[in-house]
Design a protein around this ligand. Sequence first.
Ligand SMILES: [Zn+2]
Length: 468
Amino acid sequence: MQQRTLIQGGRVLTMVPGDDAAVRDILVEGDRIVAIGPRIDVGDAQVIDASDCIVHPGFVDTHRHTWQTQLRTVATDWSLFDYVVEMRCIFSMFYQAEDAYLGNYVGALEALNAGITTVVDHCHIINSPDHAHEAARGLMDSGIRAHFCYGFWPNPTSLTPFTLTPGEPWRFEAAKALRKGLLSSDTGRVSFGIAPSELEGMPFDLSRSEIQFAREMAASRISLHVAVGAYDAGERMVTRLSDAGLLGNDMLFVHGAALTDAELKLLADSGAGLSVTPETELQMGMGIPVAARALAAGVQTSIGVDIVSNYAGDMFAQMRLLLQTMRSQQNLDYERAGKAPRVIRPRASEVLRLATVDAARVTGLQGAQGMLQIGDKADIVLTRTTSIHMTPATDPVGALVLNANASDVDTVLVDGRIVKRGGQLVGVDWAALSKRLRASSERILEQAATVDAAPIRNFVSDMFKNIA
Ligand SMILES: [Zn+2]
């Protein structure tokens, strides 16, 4: 007999199109939702009281570099230029396999704590085969659902002289080993994906070989940064990938403010997904988030948290930022025309869709569809509405998108398993874990402080041709 859990009496927001929030029970058996109804009587189930909670699908974060968790706050005032110099070329070099494990494990716990039940981890901290294995293991141990996208980006192996060695054979061999070993399952909770080295910073032939390799390995998703505002320097990588016959619906492009309308149409026609990451894009000079244009073009669009080295890794803040950015764009159009808006767009429910059901479509994970419906995987969140900033939660959508934060997340189930209950992560000794995380952080920061960044700044200036 499988474990049965009854989530009782919550205000259920299924995210099924056309279905309004209503008080219901949800019965979970094993890893699936088996019943949803106004009153379900089940004698032997464990009962979770959901009164005073909004019950909704887990959030789906379609882009995160989870490994950066122990570097929280270092990126507070960074541009993308600073980020590439400091994070991608200096801090990354000092990560050992144990650090990659801790970053991914604790980062995934942070996501779960905030009600994110699926993450696309774009993991470019693969300094050795052990790093790959440990980073993937961190996700697995956390209990989160994930695409682990094995990163091909070569972190420096030496700073004096500054040395990057892209495309080394061991990177392909280590990916194969991971695919055959830890991530051999196509139906498991953590699946195998690929994150090619930067399209706009590496030779096109290398990108092509990494994308072809991803398909030989039957990678679940191919995660690619693209068209990062003026940093992009007009590379038109989506056009080039299309011309090379490489665009496909297994691809997940990230950022994309500099995509042309023609390129957005190419994405829509190919079925490729897009992840907009509002906060890094707004902060780091990566252009205005492309969501409104992408949606108008019919691109499958979603939201990514991106990094926690400058802000907390919940979806609430990203939904709020994206919603108000999109509204401000439209309101500015009115203002330029000397008009005031009668209605504002988009509605909060549209952005909530981008973080749940639309995002789930972008990830392509079978059964985990960002909705609460019978037969689906039980990835369920109970968000409490009793805090001072959530009372009264008259409109549940507005409560989630514009009022809630991670501290309101009461209970989280992934694959039917309870990973957070009563506001506490289950089976996590945070006092001991945070001590390990701080020790890792201190060692990496100490080593990074000894580096002369001047040669790296020159290298990155060459890579980004439009730096002011
Ligand atoms: Zn990224």
